[in-house]
Design a protein around this ligand. Sequence first.
Ligand code: DOR
Ligand code: ZN
Length: 431
Amino acid sequence: MNILLKGGRIVDPSQNINEEMDLLIEKGQIAQIGKDIYKNAKGDSALKILDLGGKIVVPGLIDMHTHLREPGFEYKETIQTGCEAAVAGGFTSIACMPNTKPINDNRSVTELICRKATQCNLANVYPIAAISNGSEGITLTEFGDLKDAGAVAFSDDGRPVMNSALMRRALEYASSLGIPIISHCEDTDLSSGGLMNEGFVSTELGLSGIPNIAEDIMVARDIAIADYTNTSVHIAHVSTAESVRLIREAKKRGIKVTAETAPHYFSLTDEALRKYDTYTKVYPPLRNIADVTAIKEGLSDSTIDAIASDHAPHSSIEKDVEFEYASPGIVGLETSLSLSLKLAAEGVLTLDQLILKMSTIPAVILGIPKGTLRTGSDADITVIDIKREWTVDINKFRSKSKNSPFNGWKLKGKAVLTIVDGEIKYSENFE
Ligand code: DOR
Ligand code: ZN
């Protein structure tokens, strides 16, 4: 079915477009963008016409940091439920981290994820494979084979590579294959035993802390290795002011570093932990207000290139326990866009900058042919109603897991239509 999106405001930073236009989808691809498409196509009965007056039409959002829990932890999330949550949140593509069971450190796991995602036929799923076998930080995985099987990046997410020599080789091999390394920056000796941000609040609560330097040191290390080896590195979920400063300085010096943060790092501080709510437990931990301010500055001045959800589903088995024993992680696929739109409302980012960080730039970093509404590209499109007010209700999540500290938050702006490959995968209230 061909679709005409009529009268929306098209915001596509990849082509510097921000104006009201029609968009025609034919055979799963973007056939045309222009002012008068509707006028000329009116009589075409084979065309599904959607009137988008007042809504924003953007390149399908890309979440470059998602945890789908399949294989191994299907009770927390499956590829199916994760993809349902993705399209409901406006994401047409997601890249999934390797900390499944078994770990995605060999081609059979990568292929399994790709196969299952194809069966789901919802969002595009791009597997991220492990840097080291078993994510044990000892021997590198078969990068070439994994790339061949469909992996778009390598990461140590959840189990950081402490061995600097191994990280050096990982960066060198990955760069020779033109594939990114996504580094979870955490010195596990410094973070060991920590439950939350180390500071005033952790002292008051009597919870052991994770100092900012656990992250900062590894950001500095990875930048130093990237500089020395002339390779590029992507820093995952930046949470501290010093990380932002280090990345900003490195970029100024021409070092090839890119970075992402997640909505919880600009939406909450460690004050949110005062009720010992395990849904606020996450690694890296929620930091203090100075860090949140620095994250926003980093987003605003392009030090931080991307916003990723770090969607980390956990069930009540892992979360309805004492704070100390709870697994870290926050689900984000269904709240990321709306929390990020707050940045646009606050004037931290323009809408164009926001779409750059949630679509165009993630596509470039991952090297995938997405993130644009250019004629001839796959019709992956998100329609946003920026005026729509809604209240987060974890019981309505498509995700199998409910671990969101944003439950009950009143938010403004929401994805109302998600199109993947020219097919409507999610639609709300205007058909
Ligand atoms: O809080 C986190 N949860 N941080 C990580 O790095 C991993 C993630 C998970 O897989 O649950
Ligand atoms: Zn991580």
